[in-house]
Design a protein around this ligand. Structure first.
Ligand code: ADP
Ligand code: MG
Length: 340
């Protein structure tokens, strides 16, 4: 039998490949694989479901991640996918696999974080599974939410001429990770050393305790705005713009000057000899929202705090482009985009 390395397909290629032979057979399944969450028709309401898994050594490092923060983050990043559908999460299930390295007290810390997230976002923990692992900790959270038939937002709804909007700021979580990794290395070399985290509190907070943008979805309801498409920014802006463009069959122009970056992130990027826009495009773990609106809706959001217009949807044949602050047009790449 042939042996194909999974790297030849990449994450999204692999998912497409493995799920290609699963036609939807239930009429209630409105959306299967391919968006931030699946959508199930339950008559009066739509049920929205999303799962994310965090693996020790891949997604988190307990050398610098307090277990309480980890629990909070595991929940928040899942809820982010539900909000990205313009829906509200209601319940979660939490499954853990753990080695005997973890004590009851350690797991209580993890669950204190899960509890705090349940309180913040008003969701109920309704189940899960517990099993052992040979090494390390794995946490899988499933979020179940409720959406309105007329208000749900898919990745596929963007149309030529729509404005591309971004919430909050991008790139900070990635820089927070760089700092934590660096401090870990320094500490391993010299355990006596005291980390100096002054001027880095914002980016470290963005890495260790991300929040899902419930507030933004609530604002959409208040101002009566339905985005034409939406996705949460978990893998960097570039990757998410590609998802929207692919599923909406459109192109896009992103203005570098419209991409929000926190001043602390900007400063630290330069200190690490990184371009701040590269951190925003390719960094990941920001858990902000990327959404598109019809141009006639622009006045609804123009003066809202933390919502920024960062570009425009183009025809597919125009491609996906970045207009830099210097006025150069670059083809945007989902990964490995380099600043010349
Ligand atoms: P997100 O980054 O928004 O959490 P992912 O990139 O993890 O989304 O997943 C993209 C889509 O593929 C989602 O619809 C998800 O449910 C689906 N998916 C991911 N992994 C699998 C899998 N192993 N089997 C079936 N569907 C999957
Ligand atoms: Mg998502």
């Amino acid at each position: 039998m042939a042996r194909t390395d999974v790297n030849t397909l990449g994450e999204f290629g692999l998912i497409e490949h493995l799920t290609r032979n699963f036609p939807i057979v239930q009429p209630e399944t409105l959306k299967g694989v391919g968006d931030d969450a699946a959508v199930i028709d339950n008559g009066t309401h739509l049920t929205v479901v999303s799962t994310d898994m965090l693996v020790e050594g891949i997604h988190f490092d307990l050398a610098y991640t307090p277990l309480k923060h980890l629990g909070y983050k595991a929940v928040a990043v899942n809820l982010s996918d539900i909000y990205a559908m313009n829906a509200f999460p209601k319940q979660i299930t939490v499954s853990i696999a753990l080695s005997n390295r973890f004590s009851v007290e350690a797991l209580e810390e993890l669950y204190a974080g899960i509890h705090a997230a349940c309180e913040t976002y008003q969701v109920d923990l309704v189940g899960g599974d517990t099993t052992s692992s040979p090494k390390g900790l794995v946490i899988s959270v499933t979020a179940i939410g409720q959406g309105d038939r007329d208000l749900l937002c898919y990745r596929s709804g963007a149309q030529v001429g729509d404005l591309i909007c971004i919430t909050g700021d991008l790139g900070a979580a990635y820089l927070g990770l760089q700092i934590l990794e660096r401090e870990k290395q320094l500490w391993q070399e010299n355990p006596q050393i005291q980390p100096d985290l002054e001027n880095q509190k914002y980016v470290i907070g963005r890495q260790l305790k991300p929040e899902a943008r419930r507030d933004v979805v609530e604002i959409f309801r208040k101002i009566n705005l339905k985005p034409t498409s939406m996705i949460d920014i978990s893998d960097g802006l570039a990757s998410e713009v590609f998802h929207i463009c692919k599923q909406s069959k459109v192109g896009a122009l992103i203005e570098e000057s419209g991409v929000p970056i926190h001043p602390e992130a900007e400063m630290l990027a330069l200190k690490f000899k990184l371009d701040p826009i590269t951190c925003a495009l390719n960094g990941g773990e920001d858990y902000e929202l990327l959404f598109t609106i019809r141009p006639e809706d622009v006045d609804l959001i123009r003066f809202l705090p933390e919502i920024y217009i960062a570009g425009e949807i183009l025809d597919a044949k125009d491609g996906i482009k970045l207009n830099t602050k210097g006025g150069n047009l670059h083809a945007l790449k989902a990964q490995g985009w380099v600043h010349f």
